[in-house]
Design a protein around this ligand. Structure first.
Ligand code: NAD
Length: 395
C-alpha cells in the first residue's frame, strides 16, 4: 500500500511520540535515543506515573531529552508537533491507539502483534487505506541479518520443501503469560511464524496444530505446541516449541533447518547459518574454506541494524520516502492469521484453512469496527486475500 511521505527536509529529524512506557517501551526509548534522524517528542501512557518514570530513567541513562508526558498519544503529538507515533502499548490498546493516530494524520510504527485479534488487525489495514498513512508492524526478530542470510542461502539451493523451527526454553516470566490460554502460540510463536513467511516468500494455506501442557508445567495454558503449515507453494513449515523445557535450551530465535533441492541450511538462531550443499552447485552461498567435520560451511552475513533498531530505521526511511517497508500492516497480518489458525486447529483437533480464519475475521471486523469510513473500506474488499493483496510486495 502506498502512503503519504512526511514531506520534511532531509536534515530535519522525524519527531516521534512513544505510546506505552512499560518494559518494552523503555527498550524503544533507548533505541530512539541513538538512532540518527529521529527525535523523541514525548511519552504517552495511560498511567502518567509510568510515563514520567520512563522519561526520568532515560534522561538519567543519558541521550534522551526531558520530554513532555501525557495520557493521550494524539493530544500529546499535537502539543509537541510530532510527526509519527511508536505504539508500544499492550496488545488490547493497539487497535484504538493506532486508529486514533492514523486518523489524526500520524504514521505509526507498532509493536507486534498488529492487534489483539486478527479482526482488529484487518480493521487497521483499512484504517491505513482510508487515511493514506503508514502503519508498519515491528516484528523485531525478522530484523536479523543472520536470518536474512539463512533465507538467501536456502533459496539459492532451489525450491525449499521443508522449513523447521525448534524452540525450547524454560521460561519463567510470572505474570499474565503464566495465566493466559495458549501462551506459547499467542505470545511467542508469531515471531517464528512471521520469520517462516519471510524465509519462504510464500503464504500459509492450511495448518494442523496440537497444543498441550503437562501436569508439572508452571503455565496454566498450553505452553507447548507442534504445528504443520502447508504453504501455498507446497512447502511445509513445521514448528515445534515449548516454554517448559528445562535443559538443552535453544536460542530465543529458535533453531532452524531448511531443506532445499540442492542442499540443507541450518541456523542455531545465533551464529552464522551453516550450509551443506553440493560442492559445485551454482547457487551455493557460503564462505569458502575448510568445511566443519559434518561438511557444513558458514554462510556470509551482511552488516545491518538488528531487532527494533532495524524496524525503526526502516520505518523512518519509509515515512521520509513514501516507499512501502517490510512490515507494512497488509504484509504482516498473515503472521497473526497463522497464530489464530493454529489456536483454532489445536482447539478443534482439525486441519484449518487460513482462508476460513481470514473470512471469519473479516466478518467480525465489519461487524465491530466503530469508525464508519474504516468499516466502509473493509466492506469494499472483495475478499480478505484480495484486501491484503499488497502483502505480496512486502512479505
Ligand atoms: N518484540 C519483542 O520481542 C517484544 C517483547 C516484549 C513485548 N513486546 C510487545 O510490546 C508491547 C508492550 O509490551 P510490554 O511488555 O512493554 O507491556 P507492559 O504492560 O509492560 O507495558 C505496556 C504499557 O502500555 C500502557 N498502555 C496501555 N494502554 C495504553 C493506551 N491506551 N495509551 C497509552 N499507554 C497505554 C500501559 O499502561 C503500560 O505501561 C506488546 O505488544 C508486546 O507484545 C514485544
Amino acid at each position: 500500500m502506498t502512503h503519504r511521505p512526511l514531506g520534511i527536509a532531509a536534515d530535519e529529524p522525524v519527531r516521534v511520540v512513544l505510546a506505552g512506557a512499560g518494559a518494552m517501551g523503555r527498550a524503544w526509548l533507548q533505541v530512539i535515543s541513538v538512532e540518527p534522524g529521529v527525535e523523541l517528542a514525548g511519552v504517552a501512557d495511560v498511567n502518567l506515573g509510568v510515563a514520567r518514570d520512563a522519561v526520568a530513567q532515560a534522561v538519567a541513562r543519558g541521550g534522551s531529552p526531558a520530554v513532555p508526558v501525557g495520557g493521550d498519544v494524539v493530544v500529546l503529538a499535537r502539543e509537541t508537533a510530532a510527526h509519527a507515533v511508536v505504539d508500544v502499548t499492550v496488545p488490547s490498546a493497539h487497535h484504538p491507539v493506532t486508529t486514533a493516530a492514523l486518523l489524526a494524520g500520524l504514521p505509526v510504527l507498532g509493536e507486534k502483534p498488529a492487534a489483539a485479534t486478527l479482526a482488529e488487525a484487518l480493521s487497521l489495514c483499512a484504517a491505513a487505506e482510508v487515511t493514506g498513512e503508514l502503519f508498519m508492524v515491528s516484528q523485531s526478530r525478522r530484523w536479523n541479518p543472520r536470518l536474512a542470510a539463512f533465507g538467501e542461502a536456502a533459496r539459492a539451493l532451489g525450491p525449499v520443501a521443508t522449513l523447521t523451527t525448534q524452540f525450547f526454553k524454560a521460561a519463567h516470566f510470572g505474570g499474565f503469560r503464566e495465566e493466559m490460554a495458549d501462551p506459547l502460540l499467542v505470545d511467542m510463536a508469531i515471531h517464528a511464524f512471521d520469520s517462516a513467511r519471510f524465509l519462504l516468500r510464500s503464504e500459509p494455506a492450511t495448518v494442523y496444530c496440537e497444543a498441550w501442557n503437562p501436569p508439572w508445567s508452571w503455565f496454566s495454558g498450553n505452553a507447548a505446541a507442534s504445528a504443520t503449515f502447508a504453504m501455498d507453494d507446497g512447502a511445509r513449515y513445521v514448528y515445534d516449541g515449548s516454554w517448559f523445557a528445562p535443559g538443552a535450551e535453544t536460542s530465543w530465535n529458535g533453531a532452524w533447518r531448511a531443506v532445499a533441492e540442492h542442499g540443507t541450511v541450518c541456523w542455531d538462531g545465533e551464529a552464522a547459518p551453516v550450509a551443506f550443499t553440493e560442492p559445485d552447485h551454482a547457487g551455493r552461498r557460503y564462505v569458502d574454506g575448510p568445511a566443519d567435520p559434518a561438511g557444513g560451511r558458514p554462510v556470509p552475513v551482511a552488516d545491518g541494524p538488528e531487532g527494533i533498531a532495524g524496524a525503526l530505521r526502516a520505518f523512518v526511511a519509509a515515512v521520509r520516502s513514501g516507499r512501502t517497508p517490510d512490515g507494512e500492516v497488509h504484509g504482516n497480518v498473515m503472521s497473526l492469521a497463522m497464530v489464530e489458525a493454529a489456536v483454532r486447529s489445536a482447539a478443534t483437533g482439525r486441519w484449518v484453512l487460513l482462508d476460513d480464519v481470514l473470512e471469519d475475521a473479516h466478518r467480525a471486523a465489519v461487524r465491530s469496527e466503530p469508525h464508519a469510513g474504516v468499516r466502509a473500506a473493509l466492506r469494499a474488499w472483495p475478499d480478505p486475500r484480495s484486501g491484503l493483496a499488497d502483502a505480496a510486495t512486502t512479505a
